[in-house]
Design a protein around this ligand. Structure first.
Ligand code: THU
Length: 239
């Protein structure tokens, strides 16, 4: 279940009507998190916000925490004049057979790389394939270690390999796939934060590139790797 609360923290969306909140509250039997949410909501603000609630399929908890933080921020900001910035990331969703031959091929290479993973601790095999501007494709897989933090993700293994073997060649596209419990993930797998940071460095060094996230149900395509790490820390941040 996913709970999305819209516009609950800007002044113009403060309303005296509590009907929507009551509707949320009515659902508490089915969605216990909502009870806490509305409780905190009242405690924090003592005002009623206009809340649009959409229940879809996933991530209720995460969204809920996000909203709670917003409300707490609101409480300390009495005049409610805080500027808000919205960061959007555009991801295109494709079926595998809708993709170009080049992208299908790259995804197949990423899937094949899962076989090379060394993942005896997590049994979670990740494969990455990088298409370079010179047409070469290099691969990588996650390499674990008994001293857990010494292991490395598939994406960074592939990125560092590509950048060390072809130091002057830009990346054209990156594909990722993950395999566990005898099958590829149905939901597209996304790179971890540390890997996104490494993608950012390479994108800044040469130019940005698309990232393809494989899932058996769908393939997500981020046109620009930098979109996966908004509000980031890069060379310019060092001043
Ligand atoms: N892993 C990756 O290879 N890439 C990611 O982006 C996420 C996680 C690996 C690290 C570890 O070997 C295993 O998946 C479980 O976290």
């Amino acid at each position: 279940m996913q709970l999305v609360l819209k516009n609950c923290c800007s002044e113009k969306n403060l309303h005296a009507s509590s009907s929507t909140v009551k509707n949320v509250y009515k659902n508490k039997t089915y969605y216990p998190e909502l009870r806490t949410l509305t409780k905190n909501f009242y405690i924090c603000s003592r005002k009623v916000f206009d809340i649009s609630v959409f229940l879809t399929r996933k991530g209720l908890k995460t969204r809920y925490m996000g909203v709670l933080n917003t409300l707490l921020t609101h409480k300390t900001n009495k005049k409610n004049t805080m500027e808000q910035k919205t960061i959007e990331t555009k991801i295109s969703v494709y079926r595998f057979d809708e993709l170009s031959e080049e992208f299908q091929n790259l995804l197949s290479k990423a899937k094949a790389q899962c076989e090379n993973a060394y993942a005896p601790y997590s049994n979670f095999r990740v494969g990455a394939a990088i298409l370079l501007e010179n047409g070469e494709i290099v691969g990588g897989s996650n390499q674990e270690n008994a001293a857990y933090p010494s292991g490395l993700c598939a994406e960074r293994t592939a990125m560092f390999y590509a950048n060390s073997q072809f130091p002057n060649t830009a990346i054209k596209a990156l594909a990722i796939a993950a395999w566990t419990n005898g099958k590829f993930l149905a939901e597209p797998v996304a790179p971890c934060g540390a890997c996104r940071q490494v993608l950012l460095e390479t994108a800044n060094r040469f130019h940005d590139f698309p990232v393809l996230l494989y899932g058996t149900d769908a393939v997500y395509v981020a046109e620009n790797s930098k979109d996966l790490l908004p509000l980031n820390f890069a060379k310019e941040s060092l001043g």
